[in-house]
Design a protein around this ligand. Structure first.
Ligand code: ADP
Length: 505
């Protein structure tokens, strides 16, 4: 069978579930398998996953995807992996057994380590890795494991222990323990990787106390890393794509040129801008590697909003204001404006560009006339305003003009939200036909490597728009609304400190 008659399998290993999606040559989704796995909360603010549970969810998802597409594993031309980033696993090199549960990106157990690193070495880390030290990233998590598990650092120094983000771990298992790698996009989230030299940074490893012997080999995102062990799927198939989930979404949106931006509207919002072949510095955003293909590396600026879709869920689950999420569209459009009601969903503080972990949620402007529709509308509007906050900084710090915003993720299905997003940004919003952009990005990486697809141009030619949202309000109205939004944000900053200082928290 010709390679081109086959299919590409994307493994999309997320924070709450592992998915497997099979694409054909026209980049259509043939089938999808998905299994959730338990979230483990050993202490307040700590989050873990069991790597064996992730592995079995991932393999079951692959089996389901194959059987519902009615194809054999031998009909897969290549496998691409995309994953929740930063989540950290250490495992025993000889037995393959994890040493500890995976420490998940959301886990705050390393907040103190990260704060100390930020204080003492903040600009060193920012210059070399593009990241602001935070417990979010892998480096402090590896340090915590080596510091807290007795004898582990010595074993690591003897070369008995391997470190990986989830992509490394899955690829190591898929290849029967033959391949220990990480791609540049995932490596750039570890706080140990020099994004200019494309290699692990000795000075930073020393600061973190991480021995080099545990580290995977950093490689481009499109590369034949190895072949699946026949014991895993019954066949030997090339594993030829590896890319972190947000970068994969940027790639799946075929945002291949400098200045192209995507926003994923999920639990939170993730905005990435392709900044071309040179890393751009920004004090308020993260500089990261988008992907590496051959010798070419593409960089990105990234801004994250912690709570967006989660605020809509909150309307349903905590307040019981709505019965289903799409009902927000009719409720919000029953009003001509939110009539002065603003909601800042700073439930866990505010991310980019405010970086205030003490901010807390606020609803302001309530009058006796305010009702359910006002709260719902203000919630949708807040997502659009928070996105503008990040885009403003992206424009300023990159010096790049932004022409349009490509959108994906669960909440991008909401037409009302997309229209006010266009209005508040004064920018064209483009929603593609395939919203599975993360999996698509991983599939594209894998397919490019094995010549299943021949070029970026070919990928771009397959991209289809489902709908475009053009701004409908005037510049004066847009700026007036945004000005008030910024005043609302000002009022919620540092709230948790006030509570702390007065002994209320
Ligand atoms: P994640 O990958 O972060 O779990 P998804 O991309 O699956 O996120 O999107 C889930 C989010 O999308 C939820 O927080 C939910 O509130 C939001 N969402 C889903 N459908 C709608 C809708 N019709 N309108 C508004 N928000 C929605």
């Amino acid at each position: 069978m010709l390679n081109r008659d086959k299919y590409i399998l994307a493994l999309d290993e997320g924070t709450t579930s592992a998915r497997a999606i099979i694409f054909n040559r026209e980049s259509k989704v043939l089938s999808l398998g998905q299994y959730g796995f338990p979230q483990i909360y050993p202490h307040p603010g700590w989050v873990e996953h069991n790597p064996d549970e992730i592995w079995s969810a991932q393999i079951k998802a692959v089996r389901d995807a194959l059987s519902s597409a009615q194809i054999e594993a031998s009909e897969i031309a290549a496998i691409g992996v995309t994953n929740q980033r930063e989540t950290t696993i250490l495992w025993d090199k000889s037995t393959g057994k994890p040493i500890h549960n995976a420490i998940v990106w959301q886990c705050r157990r390393t907040a103190d380590i990260a704060e100390e690193l930020r204080r003492d070495y903040g600009s060193l880390f920012k210059d070399k890795t593009g990241l602001i030290p935070d417990s979010y990233f892998s480096g402090p998590k590896v340090k915590w494991l080596l510091d807290n598990i007795s004898g582990l650092r010595e074993r690591a120094k003897r070369g008995e222990i391997l470190f990986g983000t989830i992509d490394s771990f899955l690829i190591w298992r898929l290849t029967g323990g033959k391949t220990h790698i990480i791609d540049y996009s995932n490596a750039s989230r570890t706080m140990m990787f020099n994004i200019h030299k494309l290699d692990w940074d000795r000075e930073l490893l020393e600061i973190l106390g991480v021995p080099e012997s545990v580290l995977p080999e950093p490689l481009p995102s499109s590369h034949i890393y190895g072949y699946t062990d026949p014991n895993v799927l019954g066949v030997s198939v090339p594993v030829s794509g590896d890319i972190g989930d947000q970068q994969a979404a940027l790639f799946g949106q075929v945002a291949f040129s400098e200045g192209m931006v995507k926003c994923t509207y999920g639990t939170g919002n993730f905005l990435l801008m392709n900044t071309g072949s040179k890393p751009r510095e920004s004090k308020r955003l993260l500089t990261t590697i988008a992907w590496g293909i051959g010798k070419d590396v593409t960089y990105a600026l990234e801004g994250s909003i912690f709570i967006s879709g989660a605020a809509i869920q909150w309307l349903k689950e905590a307040l019981g204001l709505i019965e289903n999420l799409s009902e927000t569209e009719t409720l919000a459009s029953s009003l001509r404006s939110s009539e002065g009601v603003f909601f800042v969903p700073a439930f866990v503080g505010l991310g980019a560009p405010y970086w205030d972990q003490y901010a807390r949620g606020l609803i302001i402007g309530l009058t006796r006339g305010a009702g359910k529709a006002h709260i719902v509308r203000a919630t949708l509007e807040s997502i659009a305003y928070l996105t503008r906050d990040v885009l403003e900084v992206m424009k300023e710090d990159s010096g790049i003009k932004i022409d349009e915003l490509r959108v994906d993720g669960g909440a991008s299905k909401n037409d009302f939200l997309m229209q006010i997003q266009a209005d508040i940004l004064g920018l064209r919003i483009v929603r593609p036909l395939i919203l599975e952009t993360t999996s698509l990005g991983a599939a594209y990486m894998a397919g490019l490597t094995v010549d299943y697809w021949s070029s970026l141009e070919e990928l771009a030619s397959m991209w289809r728009i489902e709908r475009i949202f053009e701004p409908k309000i005037s510049l004066i109205e847009r700026d007036r609304l945004y000005k008030v939004w910024r005043k609302a944000v000002e009022r919620c900053l540092g709230w948790a400190r006030i509570l702390e200082d007065t002994g209320l928290e």
